[in-house]
Design a protein around this ligand. Structure first.
Ligand code: ATP
Ligand code: MG
Length: 476
């Protein structure tokens, strides 16, 4: 096997020189435990899979990160395709799996838990599955919960996480001691960027100790800010629910004179929910996101825009992502920001701040009464169960994670890359955040749909180091 690996590495590096093919591979247990035995995948005998044309995914199958490339240009980064492998590295009766959820709530967490349990049990006949309660700290401060398809049967119909969650409390040594003491050999970790960083260090420690433990991350972020993957679970559900809040604001402002509706949506560093909800709803006059700084006063400022829209239509709706205008509000309020238990910067509540600023400006400066309607649907959105498409998506994520762990992959995150599910090295999804590209087409669609000021000029973008060509493109 070692020899084969060397030949393959040589082949792939030769190939890389030829056509710019790069494989960002995920670790495998055999990388640090070369003497591991492999076994035929029990799916071979499964009735459901017996009729599948190609039951198993070839370990050589890869997924391209960029599906649009120019002729003769480098093929770029690829990841291993997710799916069941012909050989597995765990005997089902020897598997002791555990599942943990960390960070904030997001629709679909329960579906992922349910489908990991059912996937392990129905596809691989794994009986021993433990739930770690209340996030990372639950490894060493709580008793475990025995999970079976019966226990998790209808949890996907509920919001939140069946296993509960927490922030902070990540003690790598204590967690891995516990994994070792309990004889756990598959760890499924559902959580956001912080959680995936935690999963990466757990994997490193497991590797250092030479344990036959597979560490699989399932990225959870309602903000859709995880890099590499196409979209995170719960995002569709969140956008759908956000639309309801926008609709309510719209109904309110339509019914009064000079109605100004403000809807604050999630998005600490990325404005995807605000951007997609704006595009979906069509009732939004202005969408403010963290990536695009805005200003209130002067020509081209928000106050001017509001005044014009009120004159034109008698009402307007503004959507603001929670991370938008943070620096502006911090300076304005002369505030200092705190941190949460996980070390994340706590944000100022920009919704009430913006509402007050607008109200003050129109009543005091313009001597004009506005009817302010402020809606913050954050907790309502986070708490709902996932919709149909997210439920299906969560099932695929959970199954990919189960197939990957059974096949002996470790230190990996699952997710769709260019519409195909892939195994991605954990570090790749935590090294940077996914943000809305101000020079991208989607943001241009928002600007043209709302007809709002862009606040940022092409010159600003040049100063920020964005290439001139891109700026030219958005100017077209
Ligand atoms: P979200 O931000 O979407 O709510 P998250 O996973 O980013 O989810 P956090 O509260 O930041 O939420 O982190 C969740 C868990 O991960 C916490 O228990 C925290 O201690 C742990 N964690 C965060 N960052 C790291 C890190 N760099 N190393 C180890 N553990 C970490
Ligand atoms: Mg986070």
């Amino acid at each position: 096997r070692q020899k084969l690996r060397v030949i393959k590495a040589a082949q792939s590096s030769k190939q890389a020189q030829n056509d710019g093919f790069v494989l960002e591979d995920v670790p495998h247990l055999t990388h640090f435990l070369p003497d591991l035995q492999s076994y035929p995948n029990p799916l071979q005998k499964s009735q459901a899979y017996a009729i599948v044309k190609n039951t198993f995914v070839s370990p050589e199958d890869v997924v391209a990160q960029n599906i649009v490339i120019q002729k003769d240009s480098p093929r770029g980064i690829h990841f291993r395709r997710a799916g069941p492998r012909e050989k597995v590295y765990f005997k089902p009766e020897e598997v002791r799996a555990c599942i943990v959820t960390c960070g904030g709530l997001c629709p679909g967490m329960n579906t992922v838990i349910r489908e990991i349990v059912c996937g392990l049990n129905y596809m691989y006949d794994v009986q021993d599955i433990l739930g770690i309660e209340e996030g990372y700290r639950g490894f060493y401060s709580k008793n475990t919960l025995k999970l079976s398809p019966k226990v998790v049967d209808d949890i996907h119909k509920r919001g939140g996480t069946f296993l509960r969650t927490s922030r902070g409390g990540h003690d790598t040594h204590k967690i891995v001691d516990n994994i070792q003491d309990r004889g756990i050999n598959q760890v499924y970790i559902i959580g956001g960027d912080g959680t995936q960083r935690g999963a990466a260090v757990i994997y490193e420690e497991v590797k250092k100790r030479g344990l036959q433990v597979s560490v699989a991350g399932i990225p959870k972020t309602i903000d859709n800010d995880i890099a590499v993957i196409d979209k995170s679970f719960g995002f569709d559900t969140a956008v759908e629910e956000a639309q309801r809040a926008i609709n309510a604001a719209h109904v309110e402002v339509l019914s009064v004179e000079n109605g100004v509706g403000i809807v604050k949506l999630m998005g600490r560093y990325s404005g995807f929910i605000a951007m997609h909800a704006t595009l979906a709803s069509r009732d939004v006059d202005c969408c403010l996101i963290p990536e695009s700084p805005f200003y209130l006063e002067g020509k081209g400022g928000l106050f001017n825009f509001i005044e014009e829209r009120l004159k034109e239509n008698g009402h307007l709706v503004i959507v603001i992502a929670e991370g938008a205008g943070q620096e502006y509000a911090t300076a304005d309020l002369n505030a200092s920001a705190d941190k949460d238990a996980s070390g994340n910067q706590l944000l100022l509540d920009v919704g009430p701040w913006l509402s007050q600023k607008i109200k003050d400006y129109f009543t005091k400066v313009k001597k004009m009464a506005v009817n302010m309607k402020y809606i913050d649907p954050t907790y309502m959105i986070r708490a709902i169960p996932s919709n149909a498409s997210d439920n299906i998506y969560c099932t695929l994520l959970a199954h990919s994670a189960v197939h990957g762990a059974m096949a002996g992959y470790t230190g990996f995150t699952v997710g769709p890359v260019s519409s195909r599910h892939a195994y991605i090295p954990i570090a790749r999804v935590t090294e940077r955040q996914n943000t809305v590209e101000l020079t991208g087409r989607m943001w241009a669609r928002v600007l043209s749909s709302t007809n709002q000021p862009s606040f940022v000029t092409p010159q600003d973008l040049i100063q920020d180091g964005v290439q001139k060509e891109t700026v030219k493109e958005i100017n077209k």
